[in-house]
Design a protein around this ligand. Structure first.
Ligand SMILES: [Cu+2]
Length: 152
């Protein structure tokens, strides 16, 4: 009888702990997930304003920009012509990991270092760099216009 009570008690404790653990998991996960999702967005929002590259008839300004992994760079077309920033090398744009001009027009378009079209005057485009390295890029529409993003 005693050992049965002890066993029943242990089972009851185990069940209570299991329920508490489940509750914690269910309650914590959405909060933790939201935190993980929100923080990079906030960081991108804050740094995005600073990491701006202007495109003029003279090219990209600044030509070279150093950022940290996970930061977003925004290109703004300040020229009267269309400009198309894209990863090296022309014409395939495959140097940045995952990038490929063939992905333009597909669902993967958002994840590649390629605006995939000419930016109209006044228009901007941004890209978040999650790969460390020295990433050359160019203007797909205008020859001889190069820039570099260094991601540390
Ligand atoms: Cu190109």
């Amino acid at each position: 009888m005693v050992s049965r009570s002890v066993a029943a008690g242990l089972v009851l404790i185990f069940v209570v702990l299991a329920v508490l653990w489940l509750f914690n998991t269910v309650l914590d996960n959405p909060i933790k997930t939201a935190g993980v999702v929100n923080n990079p967005d906030e960081t991108a929002g804050l740094t995005g304003a600073e990491n701006t590259i202007e495109i003029t008839a003279d090219g990209f300004s600044p030509k070279e920009l150093t950022i940290s992994v996970g930061e977003t760079v925004t290109w703004v077309n300040k020229d009267a012509e269309e400009h198309w920033p894209a990863s090296a090398m022309h014409p395939t744009h495959t140097v940045y990991p995952g990038s490929d001009i063939q992905k333009c027009g597909t669902v993967e378009e958002e994840n590649i270092f390629d605006s995939c079209r000419g930016l109209l005057p006044g228009e901007s485009w941004n890209f978040t760099f999650n790969e460390a390295g020295s990433w050359g890029y160019h203007n797909h529409l205008v020859g001889g216009m190069f820039g570099k993003i260094i991601v540390e």
